[in-house]
Design a protein around this ligand. Structure first.
Ligand code: ADP
Ligand code: UDP
Length: 236
């Protein structure tokens, strides 16, 4: 598959056209940002880890009945994906209180949720991705009710599968963010990435953080944490 013009350079990935109008190539970078781009840095090898891990998760999720954009891993950093129009929502699922939820609700980090919590944020960097609810989503015509029901159903299925799968690898899935898109025929599929950049992973025994919080909070050992997740999941 020929890589054509670059369409977009984001904070963590670049997106390229290909000679197939229904396919894109995403290229994972080592660049890291936090706090809506205010903190910038680089995590050596992160692009390779995130590419591999995200593809691994998406392949497993396809088997679980969640359609994804994954087509083929091309090399260490690049993957062929189905082109979608991204639904401008960050869909967050939480099992344990952490991060912004802990702050907002005064729940200490580590407090288990009785049920998984779904939150939606409107994907708009200038506004700082504000949290919105189903009414805003309908009122702003971000997607239809049917599409949102599909998105919520897939998000909970992703959560249930990953929780179980990661438990076996001694990783607690605290929370994560996913994105969905519409293919040319309007089908909703899981897009973007699932990686230590977009999930909170804690070691099941020590509760040590194995994700981007090590970068956000200057905890050190960032590269090692990403490598450890790759090792536990793929044995590499
Ligand atoms: P950001 O835009 O937040 O800086 P990235 O650096 O990860 O994030 O950029 C990747 C961009 O590509 C994101 O805007 C994401 O929504 C988008 N994207 C992810 N998967 C697809 C896809 N299959 N088709 C089209 N766009 C996609
Ligand atoms: N998240 C993300 N991108 C964002 C915001 C959040 O991938 O722009 C992920 C984050 O890694 C965590 C979950 O979504 O796994 C919940 O994040 P939270 O709302 O607690 O925000 P944060 O503490 O990162 O500001």
């Amino acid at each position: 598959m020929e890589k054509r013009e670059q369409l977009y350079e984001g904070k963590a990935k670049k997106v390229f056209k290909t000679d197939d109008e229904n396919l894109y190539i995403v290229s994972y970078k080592d660049d890291a940002t936090a706090f809506n781009g205010l903190k910038k840095g680089s995590i050596t090898g992160k692009g390779v880890v995130n590419n591999r891990l995200s593809n691994h998760f998406m392949k497993l999720l396809e088997k679980e009945g969640v359609p994804t954009h994954y087509v083929e891993e091309l090399n260490d950093r690049e993957t062929l994906v189905k082109k979608v129009k991204i639904v401008p929502l960050e869909v967050i699922v939480r099992n344990i209180a952490a991060g912004s939820l802990s702050k907002r609700l005064g729940l200490p980090e580590g407090t288990p949720m009785k049920l998984p919590v779904i939150e939606y944020c409107y994907k708009d960097d200038e506004l700082g991705d504000p949290m919105i609810n189903e009414y805003h989503i309908m009122a702003m015509d971000i997607c239809t009710k049917e599409e949102l029901d599909t998105i919520a159903d897939y998000a909970l299925r992703v959560n249930a599968f990953l929780l179980d799968y990661l438990k076996d690898k001694k990783i607690e899935l605290v929370d994560f963010k996913i994105e969905f898109g519409r293919t040319s025929d309007g089908t909703i599929i899981l897009a973007d990435e699932i990686s230590p950049d977009t999930c909170r992973f804690w070691d099941s025994d020590t509760h040590e953080k194995l994700d981007k919080d090590r970068f956000r909070r200057d905890l050190g050992g960032v590269e090692d944490a990403y490598a450890e997740v790759l090792r536990r999941l793929l044995g590499e």
